[in-house]
Design a protein around this ligand. Structure first.
Ligand SMILES: [Fe+2]
Length: 281
């Protein structure tokens, strides 16, 4: 005859079974949590890659290679960090800045690729690309794309108020747009174009300095000039390595020259109203 288990043995067996069940439940929850994070990450990557490829398409239509927008992203991030923007916020600019000219998708070839001067009507069509870019990227509740729309809309505003589309002046222009305008100007000057060879870095830096207070925020220009060796090294690193979009989205990518070793601006730009819209990314 088999003896009935003692009450304490039954309680022990029940506790062991409950513990095992709880461990299985926790393991399942952990797996579901990891799968959810992977799915969200993949979704974010696919959104980003789709828009980056659209940005490359816009660049190719304009006769540039896709590397210009990679340089622009890394340079915008590094300059933002030199200005004191925290690394996670500056990283969003790395991803948003390459999409600044995405609106050129909507400009007809005979205007976009016209070799000579544009007529006033053609100029008006060309000046629509910031708004088109904002329309493509906007209407999203994803902060990265909201920032990209902001950059697209404001990268042709001028510090003196003579830019487009809104004719904003000084600190009315979002900081993101002011940063991208400076790095886009420098990078475009140092690229070979069909109508001229690339300017030397030194000449391009002089041309940038001459536009401080006219086209560009003088403090951002001063910060770019003070950190030019590190920024140029970063540009050369991008040219050499040509990171993929996946690498570009990597949180760990670090510019060759640590931002901490760079010169800081004298004016506290981060006290200005937008600060990438209060740093809410
Ligand atoms: Fe543009």
């Amino acid at each position: 005859m088999v003896e009935a288990p003692a009450a304490s043995d039954a309680a022990f067996a029940f506790a062991a079974s409950a513990t095992a069940q709880m461990e299985r439940l926790l393991a399942d929850l952990g797996r579901v949590y990891r799968e959810r994070n992977t799915a969200l990450h993949d979704l974010e990557q696919s959104h980003l890659e789709t828009l980056m490829r659209l940005a490359v398409a816009a660049e190719l239509r304009d006769g540039d290679t896709g590397v210009h927008i990679l340089r622009l992203g890394y340079l915008a991030e590094a300059l933002a960090r030199d200005l004191g923007v925290p690394a996670p916020v500056a990283r969003h600019l790395r991803l948003a800045a390459p999409m600044h000219d995405i609106g050129k998708i909507g400009i007809a070839d005979d205007v976009l690729k016209k070799p000579g001067q544009l007529t006033p009507e053609e100029r008006q069509l060309m000046c629509a690309h910031p708004q088109m870019g904002a329309d493509i990227l906007g209407h999203s509740n994803i902060p990265l794309f909201e920032l990209a729309a902001e950059v697209a809309l404001h990268h042709h505003e001028r510090w003196d108020g003579g830019g487009y589309p809104a004719g904003l002046k000084g600190a009315e222009i979002p900081l993101s747009g002011r940063i991208v305008a400076v790095v886009d100007f420098f990078d475009a000057l140092t690229m070979d174009r069909c109508y001229r060879p690339a300017y030397d870095d030194e000449v391009a830096l002089e041309m940038l300095a001459a536009e401080a207070g006219r086209l560009f925020d003088p403090e951002i220009v001063a910060t770019f000039l003070a950190n030019a060796p590190g920024l140029i090294a970063l540009r050369d690193w991008v040219n050499l390595t040509q990171p993929s979009f996946a690498q570009m989205a990597d949180r760990e990518t670090v510019p060759p020259t640590p931002a901490a070793e760079r010169c800081k601006p004298t004016r506290d730009l981060l006290r200005e109203p937008d600060y990438f819209r209060q740093g809410d990314l």
